[in-house]
Write a protein that binds this ligand. Structure first.
Ligand SMILES: [Zn+2]
Length: 251
């Protein structure tokens, strides 16, 4: 079963040739073929779902020689000053690991995202970009949990799930705190999200962080907005109802 899944995933990706803007070395990175993966929809926190592949695993491009990593869209986006800093702080210490793989497993993807997070914090990138990487890391850990749960659980797998869940919670919290701060000084679109999408995401992240009043505040902004789609408004209403239920239970 797992082998079959992997084969499907393999047909949806390709090796893209890259040149590192930090160390100038050439390498290849795995990318999802455009238009090949079938889109199924998004989770409440905007995590996209595709059939037979978790495309999030392939969003980060990483140089295997100096460890420089970022989402593909920003890969070339480095100033000479940042380049020097990244070489000094990361590149000079990074030990190249070139294990050949056919697909990126969750563990590999998580490692790549952690390098992207380190890169973003070193540059330093905008706080919203750092927060978005944290959000995506929480999606990857969730994906890993779902993958483990496909099989009958052994004790060690139960421990692995608990470990992943801890990371999910930690990265959600980090994303929530980061976006909260970013919203004070950045204006939409933020990480490609318009104002309403951002408000909806904040409502979801606040709820996950049990910050119910803030969650309701953002959800009400979506519900009362002229710009939000009716689908998004419905989701925001459901979120408010869910909070009411949870608060009712705790009373
Ligand atoms: Zn490099």
């Amino acid at each position: 079963m797992a082998e079959e899944l992997e084969k499907n995933e393999e047909t949806l990706i390709f090796d893209k040739k890259m040149e590192c803007p930090i160390c100038d070395k050439k390498f290849t990175t795995k990318q999802v073929k455009t238009g090949k993966a079938r889109f199924l929809g998004t989770d409440d926190d905007l995590r996209p779902r595709y059939s037979k592949i978790d495309t999030i695993k392939y969003d980060v491009c990483m140089c295997p020689y100096c460890g420089y990593a970022s989402v593909m869209r920003d890969y070339e986006n480095v100033t000479p000053k940042q380049r020097k800093l990244l070489m000094e702080k990361i590149g000079s210490k990074y030990k190249a690991e070139m294990a050949e793989t056919t697909v990126y497993t969750y563990d590999i993807a998580i490692q790549r995202y952690k390098m992207a997070l380190l890169t973003a914090m070193t540059k330093p990138a905008k706080l919203s970009e750092v927060s978005y990487l944290c959000l995506k890391l929480s999606w990857l850990y969730r994906g890993k949990i779902e993958e483990i749960e496909q099989e009958e659980l052994t004790e060690s797998q139960k421990t692995a799930i608990a470990h992943c869940q801890k990371n999910v919670d930690q990265y959600v919290k980090q994303a929530y705190q980061g976006f909260t701060e970013a919203l004070l000084k950045e204006y939409p679109p933020i990480c490609g999200m318009d104002e309403m999408t951002m408000n909806f995401l904040m409502a979801v992240l606040a709820k996950k962080s049990q910050d119910y009043d803030v969650s309701k505040k953002f959800a009400f902004m979506v519900v009362s907005s002229k710009n939000a789609s009716s689908k998004m408004k419905d989701k925001a209403r459901m979120l408010i109802d869910a909070i009411k239920e949870e608060q009712g239970e705790s009373e």
